[in-house]
Design a protein around this ligand. Structure first.
Ligand code: FE2
Ligand code: FE2
Length: 328
């Protein structure tokens, strides 16, 4: 996908039917690779048009790079309107699930890793606006703490974008499961950003093999398995106050429903539901990253990942089923 052309792919499901769009919308003609103006800024798309797109061969719309900020605002405003509202209404949960599913599933529906990469960047920008507003109203984290967290997040990860990608995916899945409480969302966002900073206490050679622990010796592996604890230690050293829920998310992000996870081997329903969501977000981002690095395994197979997590009971089966529904 030629993102250099000045046009960026967006998902047809990002567009709200029967309401004015705030950017020019293009389609790409695959035969001659031309971009054709489909609707001008201020125009409206009928529901029937959108249905045709989401079920047809041409799944993506395009916007010009100059309109990108407008587009991000447009989608974030749609989702933000759902955050913090009275919970409990089945109707509002359904709307949130549908919005999260729309963004997540169309991101992973792409076989082309470059396209997935472009779409996940859109997703990060959209989610950061949602997180900003959740932070503002949660009062738990002020802007200073947030800045400190973002600085910290740069440490201890082997993929630059990993903390940001994990945060976006985890927050969207949390929304999709029906949680729209600002405190829960901001704790999830912070846990996504910081979950791996503990790896900064490990040697570079251990970090390099973190995704193939079978290549590590016993001592190295024991160190790797303690990185969730190191994360909390670092925060204590930095005198960052975190909530018990945040600490649970971080400490359990490699635990498994079957009890074979680490560092503590927490098992079954003792394992927090949203810590498992963070775990899935973590694995999804590793899929995306491996898509970048190797042409042979470029196809991002979310289905295979979810099959494995279900078969090996890494994730509680009902939750696994619900997450799969959001992703594919
Ligand atoms: Fe980790
Ligand atoms: Fe991670």
């Amino acid at each position: 996908m030629d993102v250099e052309s000045g046009y960026l792919p967006i998902q047809s499901l990002d567009i709200e039917a029967e309401s004015k769009i705030t950017f020019d919308l293009y389609v790409n003609l695959p035969l001659n690779q031309k971009y054709l103006l489909y609707r001008k800024k201020g125009g409206v798309l009928a529901t029937s048009n959108l249905v045709k797109f989401s079920t047809g061969n041409v799944k993506n719309f395009f916007i010009h790079k100059d309109d990108y900020n407008e587009f991000v605002k447009y989608v974030a405003v749609r989702i933000k309107s759902l955050v913090g509202k009275e919970t409990g209404s089945e109707e509002s949960k359904k709307v949130m699930t549908a919005a999260a599913k729309a963004i997540l599933s169309s991101t992973f529906a792409e076989a082309d890793p470059a396209m997935t990469g472009a779409l996940i960047s859109n997703l990060n920008d959209i989610t950061s606006m949602i997180i900003d507003s959740a932070l503002e109203s949660s009062k738990k984290y002020n802007k200073e703490t947030f800045k400190k967290f973002c600085e910290l997040a740069k440490r201890g990860t082997d993929y630059q974008k990993h903390p940001v990608n994990v945060t976006s995916l985890a927050v969207l899945m949390t929304l999709g499961l029906g949680y729209n409480n600002e405190k829960i969302l901001s704790d999830m966002a912070m846990a996504g950003l910081l979950h791996d900073i503990g790896t900064s206490k490990l040697s570079p050679s251990v970090i390099a093999k973190a995704h193939s622990p079978e290549q590590l010796n016993y001592v190295e592996r024991a160190g790797l398995y303690r990185h969730p604890e190191y994360t909390l230690q670092i925060l204590k050293e930095k005198k960052v106050k975190a909530s018990p829920f945040f600490e649970t998310l971080v400490i359990q992000h490699h635990e498994e429903f079957n009890g074979f996870g680490y560092p503590r081997g927490v098992r079954g329903f003792n394992l927090n539901e949203l810590a498992q969501v963070l775990r899935v977000a973590d694995e999804l981002d590793h899929l995306i990253c491996s898509g970048y690095s190797s042409a042979s395994e470029s196809k991002v197979s979310v289905t295979e990942l979810m099959d494995r997590l279900h078969r090996d009971k890494v994730i509680e089966p009902t939750l696994c089923h619900r997450l799969r529904h959001l992703l594919v």
